[in-house]
Write a new protein. Structure first.
Lengths: 213, 239
């Protein structure tokens, strides 16, 4: 088994210390950070995502894998910047104004990072302007909005409207999610996609990012 | 009468199955050793950080009707009106596991410990739900136990079953939960986040039985009412 497969397998098992050790070894062996990222960490998280979708593993297992991914990513990040390795895309995420719930949004952020995206997490209680300003400032192609209450859902429409008002709809796509949110709501407010759960959100964001790139 | 109840964190710790269920694990799936270890670490953290407390305020049917009306944004017909009208006793409640647990969750996420953070979040959510049950048990035993014989107490909360979340404002005005450190934001969300509020209704089991087929039921993902109704015969007290 190659060291890259080893990294992927240990990541799937949530062996964070082993992943860090192997990533360091791979770099010492002369492998590029970008190769270690894509063929080791992202490949491993890809399998984890697939197993999660198929209900072969469950959320705690995914999060243990995510912790292992962070252990490897921490070593790679400085080198990736130096090598100029591009991320899969940049995504701005946050819970909308008035909403303090953020665990679902955090899960999406963790899984996006595992899929190789640069994630700009604005936290919770975020106003529409901040989402759009941050997307412009970071060159993000996707904004991910989370809401847990029907009372905060209208802020999602404010973000969609603001993207259009600034003429950014071809450069910035908006995806919405959260307990009370539905595909129908996404269509109604003119959002580009709806994520039922963290795994489907990552898939949709991947597709959206491709339409902009 | 309004009473304050304080618990120790350990007294409100939910069991492992309940917590793992919140994270999508089916009851028949045995968690891995690593997942069990994470649960145990989260349980220890919860026990250390939680400051569970509650306010329980008796309320008459008439006064509750006023609180329930709130800002006039409820669904036109809800099961709660019917439950309250047939209940023998009502009490409003606000309960929290405290802010320190939420702080710990944030710290864990900031330090790239997502598995432990999400597990602690699930422990705290299950514990907050458990507080409602603890309050219901206490309400059952209150004052005149004989008069409560054969009755079932269940909680109903703003944001569910057609009770608009803006109803939190009237509920908070009645209970005054500043005393236990719980406040509302402009969206009527509670701070600390792991808090619960609502009305406890004690009455014959059949007052809690209804068919969840209202328009608002279509938007409800948790459908815990179905589980509660299935458990009603088991909850019924025999005196």
């Amino acid at each position: 088994m190659s060291i890259l497969s080893d990294i992927a397998v240990n990541l799937q098992r949530g062996e964070d210390e082993q992943v860090a050790l192997l990533v360091r070894q791979a770099l010492d062996d002369g492998l590029d950070a970008g190769v270690v990222l894509h063929e080791g960490l992202i490949a491993g998280m890809g399998v984890v995502g697939e197993q999660f979708r198929e209900r072969e593993i469950f959320l705690p297992d995914v999060l243990l894998a995510a912790r292992a991914m962070y252990a490897g990513l921490g070593l790679l990040k400085p080198l990736l910047a130096h090598e100029g390795v591009p991320a899969a895309g940049t995504v701005v995420i946050g819970s909308v104004k008035g909403d303090l719930h953020d665990i679902g949004k955090n899960l999406v952020g963790i899984m996006l990072a595992g899929a190789g995206f640069e994630v700009i997490d604005l936290g919770n209680d975020v106003a529409a302007e901040r989402f759009v300003d941050a997307a412009c400032g970071h060159g993000a192609s996707v904004i991910g909005l989370s809401a847990l209450l029907t009372t905060t859902m209208p802020v999602m429409k404010e973000v969609v409207d603001l993207v259009r008002a600034r003429g950014l709809q071809d450069r910035i796509k908006v995806i919405v999610g959260g307990a009370p949110v539905s595909e129908a709501w996404a269509r109604q407010i003119g959002a580009d996609a709806y994520g039922y759960d963290a795994a489907s959100a990552v898939e949709r964001i991947r597709a959206l990012a491709r339409t902009v790139a | 009468m309004t009473q304050q109840i304080d618990w120790r964190g350990a007294d409100t710790l939910p069991d492992r199955r309940e917590v793992l269920h919140l994270q999508g694990l089916p009851a028949d799936v045995e968690p891995s050793l690593r997942v069990v270890e994470i649960f145990e670490a989260a349980a220890d953290m919860y026990t250390e950080a939680a400051e569970p407390r509650a306010l329980l305020a008796d309320i008459s049917r008439e006064a509750f009707a006023e609180v329930f009306r709130g800002e006039g944004r409820n669904a036109p017909v809800t099961p709660i009106e019917s439950v309250a009208a047939r209940a023998g006793a009502l009490a409003l409640f606000v309960a929290t596991v405290g802010a320190r647990v939420t702080d710990r969750i944030r710290d864990l996420l900031a330090h790239n410990e997502p598995a432990l953070a999400v597990m602690l979040d699930a422990v705290a959510s299950a514990a907050a739900d458990r507080l409602t049950r603890r309050l219901a048990d206490r309400f059952d035993r209150a004052e005149d136990p004989a008069s409560r014989s054969g009755l079932v107490t269940l909680g109903y909360s703003p944001g569910y079953c057609g009770w608009h979340v803006s109803g939190q404002r009237a509920l908070f005005a009645y209970v005054g939960p500043d005393a236990i450190g719980v406040t509302l934001n402009e969206s009527c969300l509670m701070h600390p986040l792991k808090s619960v509020s609502g009305v406890l209704a004690a009455g014959p089991a059949d007052i809690h039985q209804f068919t969840p087929a209202w328009a608002f039921c279509a938007d409800c993902r948790n459908r815990t009412c179905l589980t509660r109704m299935r458990q009603l015969p088991a909850l019924e007290r025999t005196g």
